[in-house]
Design a protein around this ligand. Structure first.
Ligand SMILES: NC(=O)c1ccc[n+]([C@@H]2O[C@H](COP(=O)([O-])OP(=O)(O)OC[C@H]3O[C@@H](n4cnc5c(N)ncnc54)[C@H](OP(=O)(O)O)[C@@H]3O)[C@@H](O)[C@H]2O)c1
Length: 266
């Protein structure tokens, strides 16, 4: 279900990172249904081109450019932006959905996990955003949505590295939002709790293992702990992201929009 009309994104070029993942894929799918031209990116080549084909098959008019990139690599970030703009024109909307989970309790956290999580979820996301932002400044127009997390608003058990990376992203969102609005560029974040994707399933499995519980047992505990009684679906996050990208959200700036099933209310 979506609240948008078919022309909501005509003449818009959205660049969606993490498009081979659950949230990025749903964002790409709905964006093409709403008339956006999209650049999709991820590392998994087979999956990325399959998604491109699937979206083109269901939308004959869709303009989709797919580009493989590892966002932790400077060369990949540069070529992604150059090729995206070359193929579909300047990027008018950026969705930073690429991210990784993992890590452990602080006593067991490995240096590699800490560095890798911060590298993608924060440093590389900031550097890529900076490059896109500088292009948007030239046009004095654009919108950016960072996919942060409820973990970017409060700490939870066994989640220190991921949580730190998302707190950093939330802080970056707010600081950039204040600067960017002077250039008519809006920046916001979405902060979902558990979303029904591979990342959440992995996190629930890890948590279950620590407690000697099966995935199903741990999932039941997670769902029972949520006022809504269920995980968020990726489509629900995608619709929130897309709303923030439209002019209907034109005075929403620097927000961290929670999608928590009622679990976090402040
Ligand atoms: N699922 C949740 O419960 C949840 C909750 C709150 C926030 N989030 C955030 O939502 C975003 C999307 O998560 P998801 O649930 O859709 O996870 P997902 O299904 O695991 O997707 C993760 C995406 O990130 C991409 N990625 C990973 N490493 C990359 C790298 N080095 N360079 C480029 N792309 C890379 C993956 O691409 P490849 O597979 O092609 O490498 C994939 O497209 C993440 O930022 C996550 O932190 C998720």
């Amino acid at each position: 279900m979506t609240v948008f009309n078919k022309e909501s994104f005509n003449d818009k070029h959205l660049l969606i990172t993490g498009a081979t993942g659950g949230i990025g894929y749903e964002t790409a799918k709905i964006a093409t249904e709403l008339g956006a031209s999209i650049t999709i990116t991820g590392r998994n080549e087979k999956k990325l081109y399959k998604i491109k084909e699937e979206l083109e098959n269901s939308n004959q008019d869709a303009s989709i450019y797919a580009h493989i990139s590892d966002l932790t690599k400077k060369h990949d970030r540069e070529s992604l932006l150059k090729q995206a703009a070359g193929n579909l024109g300047p990027v008018t909307g950026l969705v930073n959905a690429a991210g990784i989970g993992g890590g452990d309790t602080v006593e067991r956290l490995s240096e590699d996990d800490l560095r890798n999580i911060l590298e993608l979820n924060f440093t590389s996301t900031v550097l890529f955003t900076q490059a896109v932002y500088n292009q948007m400044i030239e046009k004095q127009h654009g919108t950016i949505v960072n996919v942060s997390s409820l973990s970017g608003l409060r700490g939870t058990y066994g989640n220190s590295a991921y949580s730190a990376s998302k707190f950093a992203l939330t802080g970056f969102t707010q600081a950039l939002a204040v600067e960017a609005i002077e250039n008519n560029i809006r920046v916001n974040a979405v902060c979902p709790g558990f979303v029904n994707t591979q990342m959440a399933r992995d996190a629930i499995s890890r948590k279950g293992k620590r407690q000697n519980r099966s995935f199903e047992e741990q999932l039941k505990i997670v769902e029972e702990g949520l006022p809504s009684g269920r995980l968020t679906e990726p489509e629900e996050v995608a619709n929130t992201i897309l709303f923030l990208l439209t002019d209907a959200a034109s005075n929403i700036i620097g927000e961290s929009v929670k999608i928590s099933g009622g679990s976090v209310m402040r």
